[in-house]
Design a protein around this ligand. Structure first.
Ligand code: NAP
Length: 537
């Protein structure tokens, strides 16, 4: 016997929780299924040392409830994982969400019944849920990527992936530790692991561009000032490309003098934000020569901090533009390489050939370690959706439809998969922006769409093929002029061997995306076919 719902939401992270609150508020019988033993999504899983948000918490937080906004007090500018998880738990309690969430329930399949216009969602435990709508709030960075290093299973020490960190923490005191990977997760964890380990060896394939976070406790007066101004700031964030209230870039880097540029970059660097440098000038993310001036500036900063010139050069990113991969925000990352017990191995020069029982073997040496930390990232954007056997009309499998790369209409729906909605997925701006702001926009839009359909007695909603084709073309055009397509990033699936190389997020920014979604809604949900289940279309 299956249970019946109006909406089944998969995932209880920021997206799933807000979807539950919003859709339940419309009177829809809504259930959230979550694989983990707790809520929080990203913030449940990523408990590695130093895990913190890279968008200021005053904006990486829900805006749907003015009361919530006012009552919650953030402790730090960029809170660490425990504080964000506490916030999520508070939200769940405050809005009484837990009664409609089933934890430890992994969804493995979902199939659409054309005749009834309903989905059957199946779990690993064999339970079935019958639902009109299915909303995939599965996150765009949730399925971990572990490279297939030969011999990994023969290692006799402990192996940890940053995104599956033990809940009671790991004490590396007295240990020799290897960290593989220098993206955001590696860069945040390396300085803290270095404080404990007797020996830390970092295996770097591609050096990242990392900016200092200038994290600090949040001054209560500053927090109050933001709270007083929240209506204006949140609105500015909603309309901005990144979903944060920033003054848009002005002027072109290549038209400024070297002195003017340096002054602007110093200001951007001091800001301690992800976009501090990218938003100094309008041409940074679209003109390679302009971009190189920022890249040079960052490399100079690295050389100024790292004492050993060979290590400094290894840490300097070259060969791909600044911003083409999401920049990292760090605390003491580069300075960590001045510690005697920390060494950097360039695995582009000497690749990892195997993991041995006692350590990491590269093309020219074996490094004996007690523990290995894999900071090797995620099967981003599509990984969590591909892990579920999703079958739409006439048994069409999403894995087949997306075999050459994902296609969506507005990142919200897929032609052939009626009544299935995606959050923060391919074709949406979320991965390039403040994910919470993007989640709120998408959930609100979906709620509006379901309300519109219900008011007309319609209960089958499906993106049309032409609308999807047009959106895919637009997503490609939006990325084409930018530096985003110039790196081997997870935006392109390039970090997972064999994955189709397609630029997946929408590079037009949240503000532009919101305008487009609003226009589509105002035009009667243009590009979506709406009908009534069981009635021929
Ligand atoms: P990532 O950016 O994909 O970094 C993975 C690292 O592992 C890269 O340095 C990669 O090198 C390396 N790697 C992968 N396979 C390898 C192999 N076979 N041999 C050697 N090295 C290998 O993953 P992440 O650091 O977890 O971050 C992913 C995203 O999550 C970020 O971009 C960000 O959006 C989000 N995140 C945010 C924060 C935050 O600050 N709030 C923290 C963590 C994550 P290559 O670059 O050469 O592939």
């Amino acid at each position: 016997m299956s249970e019946d719902f109006d909406v089944v939401v998969v995932g209880a992270g920021f997206g799933g929780l807000y979807a539950l609150h919003k859709l339940r508020g419309l009177g829809l019988r809504t259930l959230v299924l979550e694989a983990a033993d707790g809520i929080g999504g990203t913030w449940y899983w990523n408990r590695y040392p130093g895990a913190r948000v890279d968008i200021e918490a005053m904006y990486y937080s829900y805006s749907f409830s003015p009361e919530l906004e006012q009552e919650w007090e953030w402790q730090e500018r960029y809170p660490a994982q425990p504080e964000i998880l506490r916030y999520v738990e508070h939200v769940a309690d405050r809005f009484d969400l837990r009664r409609d969430i089933r934890l430890a329930t992994r969804v493995v399949a979902a199939s659409y019944d054309d005749a009834r216009g309903r989905w059957t969602v199946r779990t690993e435990g064999g339970d079935e849920y019958d639902t009109r709508y299915c909303l995939m709030a599965t996150g765009n960075l949730s399925v971990t990527h572990t490279p297939r290093f030969p011999g990994l299973d023969t290692f006799t020490g402990n192996v940890y992936h940053t995104a599956r960190w033990p809940h009671d923490g790991v004490d590396f005191t007295g240990q020799s530790v290897a960290v593989i990977g220098t993206g955001s997760s590696g860069i945040q964890s390396i300085p803290l692991i270095a404080e404990q380990a007797v020996r830390l060896t970092v295996f770097q394939r591609t050096p990242a561009f990392s900016l200092p976070a200038h994290n600090r406790p949040l001054d209560p007066a500053e927090q109050s000032a933001v709270k007083r101004d929240y209506p204006r700031l949140r609105e500015q964030a909603r309309r901005s490309p990144l979903g944060i209230p920033v003054t848009p870039a002005d002027g072109r880097a290549l038209e400024a003098t070297a002195e003017e540029r340096r002054a602007s970059y110093e200001k951007g660097w001091a800001q301690g934000t992800l976009d501090g440098l990218a938003s100094t000038y309008t041409d940074i993310l679209v003109d390679r020569a302009a971009n190189e001036t920022v890249a040079d500036f960052v490399r100079e900063k690295i050389r100024a901090v790292v004492a050993d010139p060979v290590t400094a050069e290894r840490l300097c990113p070259t060969g791909f533009p600044f911003g083409s991969k999401r920049p990292c925000l760090d605390t003491n990352y580069y300075a960590t390489y001045n510690r005697d017990q920390v060494r950097l191995v360039d695995v582009r020069a000497t690749p990892i050939v195997a993991i041995t029982p006692h350590g990491v073997a590269t093309a020219d040496a074996e490094y004996t370690v007690d523990s290995i930390v894999l900071a090797t990232g995620f099967d981003a954007m599509t990984g969590a959706l591909a892990a579920i056997d999703i079958r739409g009309r006439h048994g069409l499998r999403m894995r087949d439809k997306w075999s050459a790369g994902p296609s969506t209409y507005l990142g919200l729906q897929i032609a052939g998969f009626a009544n299935l909605f995606l959050l923060t997925g391919p074709g949406s701006p979320a991965a390039l922006a403040n994910q919470v702001a993007c989640i709120e926009q998408q959930v609100d839009w979906i709620a509006g769409c379901l309300t519109y359909a219900a008011a007309r007695g319609l209960d089958v909603i499906e993106a049309t093929e032409p609308a999807e084709r047009e959106w895919v073309t637009h997503v490609n055009e939006a990325a084409a002029g930018t530096v985003f397509v110039d790196a081997n990033s997870w935006y392109l699936g390039a970090n997972v061997p064999g994955k189709p190389r397609v630029f997946m997020p929408y590079a037009g920014g949240l503000g532009r995306y919101r305008r487009r979604c609003d226009q589509v809604a105002a035009a009667g949900y243009e590009g979506f076919a709406m009908s009534t289940a069981g009635v021929a279309r």
